[in-house]
Design a binder for this molecule. Structure first.
Ligand code: BV8
Ligand code: ZN
Length: 246
């Protein structure tokens, strides 16, 4: 992999950094991506499954799909990519992770400033009274559980297609992006909106865009640097080169 020296120079003088991440950063942990080969969306046409209509049409099937994904998440660990991002926090005034992922791996890797645009698969809530439940509560349920307080249907606390993102979190992510000096775009095909606006907000704010991906994406031609490689290898290499000159 080719890490440009000018990027390391820019990093040296940077104050605030954001990491905009997608499913690709979790691929080396063993969690399938959505659009890659054998990805989640291809197998289970997840576009319908990860939607409110899909859930209402077939609640137990969608619930089972999330239970299957939660099991995978429980059995995987953060990889070197997640851990390096957590390490960046010790070297810069401000590091923010803006993630589209719902797998909680950034938190488990030790990152402390995380904005989850699409929710978190390890949380559930009642569709009627909005009571939140931790994932351990219904670990073994094969059907959609019912709320203990009001009997309502329980759903995963993730943002489905056609649903609005948490406005406060999205606004905070836009602000951090606009104020950042450098915006890493890691492991995302950048096709899902409005999340994919975040790197655009960073660019508009004068940020240097650095893409890390195993293949070109929708955003590649807008980036200042596009580094081809696995995030679990590229991020540690960047961090190593940075430490050598600081
Ligand atoms: C909204 C949570 C509107 C759930 C997800 C028609 C109808 C309705 C909406 C739309 C429509 N047409 C367009 C839209 C908008 C839609 C959208 O953008 N669709 C796309 C597909 C065109 N967006 C929405 O619906 C959003 N809501 O617009 O609401 C609205 C407005 C007002 C009022 C009411 C409604 C909600 C979008 C959120 C959907 N939820 N996930 C769940 O996970 O179950 S999206 C899902 O895709 C994940 O969150 C995922 O993170 C995200 C993006 O995918 P990526 O992360 O990029 O993953 P992908 O597999 O695509 O790419 C992986 C990349 O990694 C690849 O580039 C690969 O090369 C790379 N890679 C692989 N390995 C590695 C690697 N890179 C580095 N290293 C490696 N080792
Ligand atoms: Zn309830």
């Amino acid at each position: 992999m080719e890490i440009p020296k000018t990027l390391i120079e820019k990093l040296k003088s940077a104050k605030s950094i954001i990491f905009f991440t997608g499913a690709g950063i979790s691929a080396e942990s063993g969690i399938e991506t959505f659009r890659g080969k054998g990805g989640l969306w291809n197998k289970m046409s997840a576009q319908e499954l990860a939607s409110f209509d899909g859930f209402m049409k077939n609640p137990d099937l969608v619930w089972e799909w999330y239970q299957y994904r939660r099991k995978i998440v429980r059995e995987t660990n953060p990889n070197a990519g997640h851990k390096t991002i957590a390490d960046f926090e010790k070297h810069f005034d401000e590091v923010t992770v803006v993630t589209q992922n719902v797998d909680n791996l950034h938190k488990r890797a030790g990152s402390s400033s995380i904005l989850e645009l699409h929710g978190n698969i390890e949380r559930n809530y009642c569709m009627d009274c909005k009571t939140f439940y931790g994932v351990e509560k219904f670990l073994e349920s094969e059907e959609v559980p019912k709320c203990e307080k009001c009997g309502g249907m329980i759903r995963p606390d993730v943002v489905w297609f056609g649903e609005v993102l948490p406005q406060d979190i999205f606004a905070e992510a836009e602000r951090k992006a606009a104020e950042s000096d450098i915006c890493f775009i890691v492991g995302t095909s950048a096709v899902v909106y409005p999340a994919a606006y975040i790197p655009i907000a960073a660019k508009r704010g004068g940020s240097v865009l650095v893409e890390i991906n195993i293949e070109p994406t929708e955003i590649t031609n807008q980036t200042d640097y596009s580094i081809k490689g696995k995030s679990g290898e590229v991020l540690p290499e960047i961090f190593k080169m940075l430490k050598e000159i600081t």
